[in-house]
Design a protein around this ligand. Structure first.
Ligand SMILES: [Zn+2]
Length: 438
């Protein structure tokens, strides 16, 4: 039964073809309207919210954000789950790392985020299985009948991913919170054909391979959960000798994947995406998922900043192509301008600056730690490299109209297991410093 649900979803996604983008959008419109009829029939929150609105105009419906989603959790979900109950279950699962004891055939989890801003999400078993089928359809190198062994490294939630096992395919879940050394024997025994994990974990596996401490030969490597920087992608492709694919996902859904040309496309045949424009091809996606019913996602704005691809992708897919996922809006730097005032700087400045560095740069991380201060962590930390990085940062920031802030160089340290690696991060908030009377 379970395998059948996965297979059906797999085949649906694989077989779907659209003659043009217009055909895709027309089909999507019908799917969304049919789905919205189901949503308003079951969700008191959405029924009230859309009461006087014709469903055909869903593209201009009011936008919901994480805070609203959480505030109305009890009446928004369609499975009668209370926020307190869901939160208790999710925290208990994280604490015990036992994700099998979930309420009533549901998977409840917490999205990552700064404390106090974590979102609760809930999916039904059927939704979870369909999700697994869609990921397989998009990401496996060969048809499902070629035997695959998939190693999934994730922070939590074996339920979500450990659901597929048959003669032809084996999923094994590895806990990101455990050190790699303790999972090495199991990983080698599985000898995965597909390796899936966040870039920081993939780097650790690649390093272990290089040190001849670990031997596996994946034919497909997939980066999930964190933004995959070009810096990391190049190193991973060199280490594994295969192209590294990227799955772009959030607890809000399976949002995108890289095609055979390495371009990230949005899964617009699963989720409708509108744009909250930020200028220069950048936008916040506004999602309407036309499959999920346990916790309907309708006109939901993500904090992520996406960049539309400037040229069409050679694969010819009608699904929107992206140049980059720039990460969360919270990580946009706020730096002093060259002509006074403040300038918003997108995280990709660091990639541009550091790619130009000629010295051997193995790792980096940049954090804004004050109104006029960046902490720059480098490996190796050497005076010559510091000078070169300073020079490149001055050039790139100058082009963006920002003055070079004070730079504080420190040795690079990897994030603790299970913590996301964010190469560019804003650890200082303008609001906080204003209210403290600065
Ligand atoms: Zn493509």
């Amino acid at each position: 039964m379970k395998a059948l649900t996965v297979l059906r979803s797999y085949l649906e996604v694989r077989r779907r073809r659209f003659a043009s983008r217009a055909a895709l959008l027309e089909w999507q419109d019908r799917q969304v309207q049919a789905h919205l009829r189901r949503v308003v029939a079951r969700s008191p929150f959405y029924a009230r919210r859309f009461a006087d609105l014709p469903l055909g105009e869903w593209r201009s419906f009011p936008v919901l954000e994480k805070a609203g989603m959480m505030a109305h959790f009890d009446t928004l979900n369609t499975v009668g789950l209370r926020r307190e109950e869901a939160l208790t279950a999710a925290l208990e699962a994280e604490r015990t790392r036992d994700f099998t004891a979930q309420p009533r055939g549901l998977t409840v989890g917490l999205s990552s985020g700064t404390s106090g801003h974590r979102g609760l999400f809930v999916v039904s078993d059927a939704e979870r299985l369909r999700w697994a089928g869609a990921v397989l359809a998009r990401c496996l190198p060969d048809p499902l009948w070629a035997a695959q062994r998939v190693a999934f490294f994730l922070r939590a939630d074996s339920q979500l991913y450990g659901s597929v096992a048959s003669r032809r395919i084996r999923f094994a879940y590895f806990d990101l919170m455990q050190p790699l050394a303790s999972q090495r024997a199991r990983l080698e025994a599985l000898d995965p054909t597909v390796l899936v994990g966040p870039p920081s974990l993939l780097r650790a596996v690649a390093d272990a391979q290089a040190a001849r401490y670990l031997r596996i030969r994946p034919r497909r490597v997939l980066s999930v959960a964190e933004v995959l920087e070009d810096f990391d992608r190049a190193r991973l492709e060199e280490a594994f000798g295969v192209r590294v694919g990227q799955v772009y996902q959030a607890t809000e859904g399976f949002l995108g994947f890289t095609c055979a040309h390495g371009t990230l496309h949005l899964n617009e045949d699963l989720v409708a995406v509108q744009r909250d424009e930020l200028g220069q091809g950048r936008f916040h996606p506004i999602l309407t998922d036309f499959h999920r019913l346990a916790q309907p996602i309708v006109r939901y704005r993500l904090n992520d900043v996406l960049v539309e691809r400037s040229r069409p992708c050679p694969c010819g897919s009608p699904l929107l192509a992206l140049d980059a996922v720039l990460g969360r809006a919270d990580d946009l730097l706020d730096l002093p301008g060259r002509m006074g005032g403040r300038v918003t700087v997108y995280p990709d400045f660091a990639r541009r600056a550091l790619l130009a560095v000629s010295g051997p740069l193995e790792e980096y991380r940049i954090r804004q730690t004050g109104p006029d201060e960046l902490e720059v962590a480098l490996q190796p930390l050497r005076a010559a490299l510091e000078a070169e990085v300073t020079h490149e940062l001055r050039l790139v920031l100058g082009e963006l109209g920002a003055a070079l802030p004070r730079l504080r160089f420190v040795p690079y340290a990897p994030p603790p297991p299970g913590r996301k690696l964010r190469r560019v991060e804003r650890a200082w908030s303008p609001e906080a410093s204003c209210s403290s009377g600065r």
